[in-house]
Design a protein around this ligand. Structure first.
Ligand code: AMP
Length: 209
């Protein structure tokens, strides 16, 4: 299965993608996580992406397309994968087509903007292992720390002002992908629920149906 999860930043697509990936035993590929880890390691790509990611802007298409090309060539992607946070523009979706990747299903998790802003303020991430939590909806079993032992942090781009500008970019550049994939007959819409297990149930249904 080759699946794309679409949705606004903070819609919960990463969390749902990981659950489905574990069930199907395929990897989740998150361009955001790959970029953040490059940033932490101080690689050339990480440094080039730094200003964009911190301002909540999209990293240029050629950079993320290069990341995806490299990642999809790895052996663990042979039996399928889930894309979380890619594509984010029509140009990226067209590049995926041009790579000969044939997607089976696109799941869009829909959540309104006001809920997104509220949710992002509670998001916590582990800078060491990349795990994500939410103070209200998905608390860490280890309190202020990640189960791996490291303290949890707030992403700079989860600042409410940055979130608002990320939502503007989402509506302008990423939301048109819903129509792009609907036209290909691949789109399933899942209404994001307050409880993540309820969203998981709807996502499972969308995958089965
Ligand atoms: P995410 O973790 O998916 O919310 O991504 C965090 C940030 O990484 C985004 O706000 C962008 O700056 C950058 N990013 C991740 N994926 C992409 C993509 N497909 N295209 C452009 N920028 C991206």
């Amino acid at each position: 299965m080759k699946i794309i999860f679409l949705g606004a930043p903070g819609a919960g697509k990463g969390t749902q993608a990981e659950k489905v990936a574990a069930k199907l035993n395929i990897p989740t590929i998150s361009t955001g996580a790959i970029i953040r880890s490059a940033l932490k390691e101080g690689t050339e790509m990480g440094l080039a992406a730094k200003a964009f990611i911190e301002a909540g802007k999209l990293v240029p298409d050629d950079v993320v397309i290069g990341i995806i090309k490299e990642r999809l060539a790895e052996s663990d992607c042979q039996n399928g994968f889930i894309l979380d946070g890619f594509p984010r523009t029509i140009a990226q979706a067209e590049a995926l087509d041009a790579m000969g990747v044939s997607i089976d299903l696109v799941v869009n998790i829909s959540v309104d903007d006001a809920t997104i802003v509220e949710r992002m303020s509670g998001r916590r991430v582990c800078a060491a292992c990349g795990a994500t939590f939410h103070t209200k909806f998905k608390p860490s079993p280890n309190g202020e720390n990640c189960p791996c032992g490291e303290p949890l942090t707030i992403r700079a781009d989860d600042d409410p002002e940055v979130v608002k500008s990320r939502l503007v970019i989402y509506h302008e550049q990423t939301e048109p992908l819903k129509e792009f994939y609907a036209n290909k007959g691949l789109l399933k819409i899942v209404e994001g629920q307050e409880k993540l297990e309820d969203t998981t149930a709807l996502t499972t249904k969308a995958l089965e149906g």
